[in-house]
Design a protein around this ligand. Sequence first.
Ligand code: NI
Length: 167
Amino acid sequence: MAILPIRLIPDSVLRVDCPEVTEFDDDLRRLVEDMVETMYAAPGVGLAAPQVGIEKRLAVVDVSVGKAEGALKVLVNPKIVSQEGKVTDFEGCLSIPDISEKVARPRKIEVEAQDVDGERFTFETEDFEARAVCHEVDHLDGVLFIDHLRGLRREKVKRQIRKLGLT
Ligand code: NI
């Protein structure tokens, strides 16, 4: 296993609309292991393949950051198929260090995905984990949490990004 370098804005790989994973092989398994290790080392609650420079619809989420058994979700080709409610809360991103802002996300979602063997599965999740999954699925479409900000919040974050030299 290996800890992979995390790409930061304005790296163009973070803006790619990633293609679906079609090969469920040892390379995919290795990439998933490395992404999990990278997420835990960061530490973070989620990591998407483009954040480590890989243009694939693949993300890992663990809101316990490795502390709770069974909390890790490996999401290959994930899709949010239904959603309800809305919660606005703080959110950050390993690719946009030191910045967090309030973003509106669905309170509860239903997700369809494949596992590392290509097996399809469906699950429901809510609150913080739903937020993390929505954030990672956005990454696979080249969307960052700051894209959801409007008005003064957007201007404030733009200023912070400039200050950090991340433009
Ligand atoms: Ni992120």
